[in-house]
Design a protein around this ligand. Structure first.
Ligand code: PHB
Length: 393
């Protein structure tokens, strides 16, 4: 069976769902193909920071009701090192802007609900297998659903299907570049049933490594510590995990995290990745398909939203006025923001982790940089304005 739509979207993550929603508001039809089930995408634990511009966009779109009820608004972060905690205020250093702590899968639930309520076509458990005629004006995507093969024919095809994309490899190899950096550490993440340990996020550098105290709700907390990316969660009993957190988060005044039952344990690797360009003819890529950032800067979700906001505008200009300037400029404009976030995430990662093999000299440089960020308004602003994020493109 062949389906036909204006914009074919592969992947129902934040980028794909948001793009489909923005297009719908502009009267442009799209179809989303998603290889996983609705239950799976709505329950996979991911990061949870929404930048100021993302919150503004969700508000403009009327998608903010549940987020406003359930999220926590944060006006700064804490940086902890040498056993002391320093507050970095966004109110002071980022012109009063703030961030929202709202789990990515909750954001996904809101978007899926909004899309389905508007009659959207989201095909779950539909696995895209090949891009056909990628150079033509009517690219097609072949997919498998319920054991049968189908095709989706579209004017534009957008890969929002993550790092293992089927769309990105359809760009000719001699026209694309992939730049990557793998960090020699991972993050061990837990969800713990406990009240918040802190009113704002704590990013900590200890002699033995990094730890982060984040939150999900008044009763569920998210915490991370630096680990070997090849480690296995099975090696970590709850007692061993708490001993690690106590050590990495220790302060001179005896601060302790609030503990409770650990309901989830996972390890994620840390890497940076950028694919250039983000357009080839009528094929586009957005979100994690085009770029990955290490989680230290909390930039992944917002980059995805910023990409599709640009792309939706370009598609609107095309369908409304027949002009391609917005689409032609998409890759360059998106990549400008991507590279800023890549640098910021790399910088935060470099400043806050213990790198295997690093010597005392490098550790002292990190401590000096942290002290500078906490002591100089200029350095504090650099961190704060990048963290809360730049205006939506
Ligand atoms: C999270 O809450 O999952 C989180 C927060 C801040 C980060 C990364 C992850 O930098």
């Amino acid at each position: 069976m062949t389906l036909r739509t204006q914009v074919g979207i592969v992947g129902a993550g934040p980028a794909g769902l948001m793009l489909s929603h923005l297009l719908h508001l502009q009267g442009i039809e799209s179809v989303i193909l998603e290889s996983r089930s609705r239950e799976e995408i709505e329950s996979t634990v991911r990061a949870g920071v929404l930048e100021h511009g993302t919150v503004q966009l969700l508000t403009e779109l009327g998608l903010d009701a549940r987020m406003r009820r359930e999220c926590a608004e944060h006006h700064g972060i804490y940086l902890r090192f040498s056993g002391e905690t320093h507050h970095l205020s966004f109110t002071e250093h980022a012109d009063g802007r703030s961030i929202m702590l709202y789990a990515q899968h909750e954001f996904i639930k809101d978007l899926v609900a909004a899309r389905l309520a508007a009659g959207a076509q989201i095909h779950f458990e539909a696995k895209a297998t090949a891009v056909i005629d990628p150079e033509s004006r009517q690219p097609r995507i072949r997919y498998l659903q319920n054991g049968a093969e189908h095709e989706l024919r579209c004017d534009f095809l957008v890969g929002c299907d993550g790092y293992h994309s089927i769309v990105r490899p359809a760009f000719p190899a001699d026209r694309r570049k992939e730049l990557a950096h793998v960090y020699p550490m991972g993050w061990f993440g837990i969800l713990v049933e406990a009240p918040p340990s802190s009113d704002e996020l704590i990013y900590a550098l200890h002699d033995e490594g990094f730890a982060l105290v984040s939150t999900r709700s008044p009763t569920l907390q998210r915490m991370y510590f630096q680990c070997d990316p090849k480690d296995d969660v099975a090696n970590w009993s709850d007692d061993r995990i708490w001993a690690r957190f106590h050590r990495l988060l220790e302060t001179k005044d005896g601060w302790k995290p609030k503990t409770g039952p650990i309901v989830s344990k996972s390890i994620v690797g840390m890497r940076s990745f950028v694919a250039e360009p983000m357009q080839h003819g009528r094929l586009f890529i957005a979100g994690d398909t085009a770029h990955i950032v290490p989680p230290t800067g909390a930039k992944g979700l917002t980059l995805a939203v910023a990409d599709v906001n640009l792309l939706a505008r370009g598609l609107d200009e095309f369908y409304r006025r027949g002009t391609t300037a917005g689409l032609d400029g998409y890759s360059e404009a998106a990549l400008r923001r991507v590279w800023r976030a890549e640098h910021f995430s790399w910088w935060m990662t470099s400043m806050l982790h213990r790198f295997p093999g690093a010597d005392e000299f490098q550790h002292r440089l990190q401590l000096s940089q942290l002290a500078y960020v906490c002591g100089s308004p200029a350095a504090a602003r650099t961190l704060a304005e990048n963290y809360v994020g730049f205006p939506m493109p």
